[in-house]
Design a protein around this ligand. Structure first.
Ligand SMILES: Cc1cc2nc3c(=O)[nH]c(=O)nc-3n(C[C@H](O)[C@H](O)[C@H](O)COP(=O)(O)OP(=O)(O)OC[C@H]3O[C@@H](n4cnc5c(N)ncnc54)[C@H](O)[C@@H]3O)c2cc1C
Length: 450
């Protein structure tokens, strides 16, 4: 237990259940806020086969604020989003990211998950950096939590008492059940197989070197179809990560796990008789073909109870179609880091977590629902959702669509100050509404604050 500060702030003993992208980010944010953090991970991170993970400006900004050495994640900085015709590969909708850093202050990084994960793990646990290094215990799967005492019991029999407990235990969260949330979820109508293609192998086979485009490239995704190929270069361009979507009626992988055996290449190619021959030839030399289970979760009613809060996929699992899963987990971690820092934290954990809930739930669940829509209509995907002038453009509800402005112009400090003001007996007078600049006109026609 930490010492009590007369002004309210006190050092907390924090237990983070789950050492994925969100758990590591939380450890970084909370150690920097002065707390004593322990991460408990059920696995030992060995033998992971990963794929690309997007980190747009709204995630990258926190990596910089936390002093993470981003180059250690060996990212590709994206220059474009390209939507291509399913059969010919000709561009249909292109969203240029050339001025992205100038507009938003930060680049759009594409990482390989393992590299991103070890970059975050090192930042959380190394001596260097602000605060006390986080402790990491692997092979500790959270089993139960005493919600009155703050005692976590792990499946290896170990118990630990903490002032603040974070459930960063991913889409199948145990902590979520412990705090009383039983998700309404259903298997998606869409299936996904993931394959990695080594860029040098593709080039040696005389195929297009897609890594040169430094783009997140999509084939299909129009006309309400489930078929879509998503290509993202990572590992500095050495690896091409392919997410291949098709209707579940064509192949159902929902009962297979990510760690399962590789699927044969024929299975990957079978759903795509008419696909652009160039990308199909890439897939034909794919390796590590794995099913990616897709479950649609409706928004949860809350993220916190007593001293426990959910974060990342545990709190708002989303379909991958906005490429925001990791960014939302990072934003959650950032919110905790701010709320529990020496400026804002007054000593009451449960009260602070209720503000965390107020700040994070609406934003993350808005992205969650936009991700479900983008599954069958790429025009709903941030970036492409700004491209109103293309022939195929159509969205469900123009005013409700998610835009890049909403993601990247967001000022979390302002959002937090606005939500904290009433509990401090103050009026929030800054020119922001829910973190967005008042009066800003979004490309969906909505004016912030009106
Ligand atoms: C092995 C793996 C590979 C992935 N690969 C990709 C990828 O290539 N591309 C992509 O876009 N997304 C990937 N994801 C998902 C992506 O990382 C997340 O959607 C996103 O980053 C949100 O992060 P998160 O921390 O909430 O969840 P995750 O990153 O999924 O982390 C959750 C962590 O909690 C651990 N855990 C689960 N249950 C318990 C428990 N009871 N007690 C303790 N620990 C527990 C898990 O082992 C995992 O390490 C992957 C997830 C995992 C676990």
């Amino acid at each position: 237990m930490g010492s009590i500060d007369p002004y309210g702030w006190r050092q907390l003993s924090v237990g983070v259940c789950g050492g994925g992208i969100g758990g590591m980010s939380t450890a970084i944010a909370l150690r920097r806020a002065g707390h004593d953090v322990t991460i408990y991970e059920r696995h030992d991170f060995a033998g992971e086969v990963g794929a690309s993970v997007s980190c747009a400006a709204n995630g990258t900004r926190w990596l910089h604020e936390w002093g993470v050495d981003v180059s250690k994640g060996d990212p590709v900085v994206l220059k474009k989003l390209i939507n291509r015709d399913w059969k010919t590969g000709e561009p249909v909708s292109v969203y240029d990211l050339e001025d992205y850093e100038k507009r938003w202050g930060y680049v759009y990084n594409m990482f390989h998950r393992q590299h991103m994960h070890s970059m975050l793990k090192n930042t959380a646990t190394q001596e260097e950096g602000e605060g006390t290094p986080a402790k990491l215990f692997v092979n500790h799967a959270c089993k139960s939590i005493d919600l009155e005492q703050g005692i976590v019991t792990f499946d290896n029999g170990v118990t630990a008492k903490h002032d603040l407990i974070i459930g960063a235990d991913g889409i199948g969260s145990v902590v979520r059940t412990i705090i009383g949330i039983h998700p309404a979820k259903r298997a998606s109508e869409q299936s996904c197989l993931h394959a990695n293609v080594m860029t040098d192998k593709a080039v040696a086979a005389g195929l297009v070197d897609y890594s040169q485009n430094a783009a997140l490239e999509y084939w299909g995704g129009q006309e309400g179809k489930w078929d879509k190929i998503v290509l993202s270069p990572c590992n500095g361009g050495k690896l091409l990560s392919y997410y291949c979507f098709f209707p579940r009626a064509v192949g159902d992988y929902n009962n297979q796990s990510w760690g399962a055996e590789d699927r044969p290449i024929e299975e990957l190619l079978a759903p795509y008789p008419e696909l652009d021959a160039q990308v199909k030839a890439h897939l034909a030399i794919g390796i590590e073909v794995k099913p990616w289970r897709l479950w649609v979760h409706d928004a949860y009613p809350y993220l916190n109870r007593n001293m426990v809060a959910l974060l990342g996929d545990a709190g708002h699992p989303m379909m991958p179609h906005q490429s925001q899963g990791a960014c939302m987990a990072i934003e959650d971690a950032a919110a905790l880091g701010i709320l529990f820092n020496k400026t804002y934290f007054r000593g009451n954990v449960a009260q602070t977590l209720s503000i965390y809930n107020t700040v994070r739930l609406p934003r993350a669940t808005r992205v969650q629902s936009a991700a479900a829509k983008a599954a069958y209509n790429i025009n709903e995907r941030i970036g492409f959702s700004n491209n109103k002038n293309i022939a195929t453009y159509k969205v469900e509800d123009e005013k409700a669509k998610l835009t890049i402005e909403e993601m990247n112009a967001y000022d979390m400090y302002m959002d937090i100050e606005e939500q904290l003001a009433p509990s401090e007996g103050q009026r929030f007078t800054k020119k922001f509404w829910k973190g967005l600049p008042l009066g800003m006109v979004l490309p969906n026609g909505v004016t912030v604050g009106e």
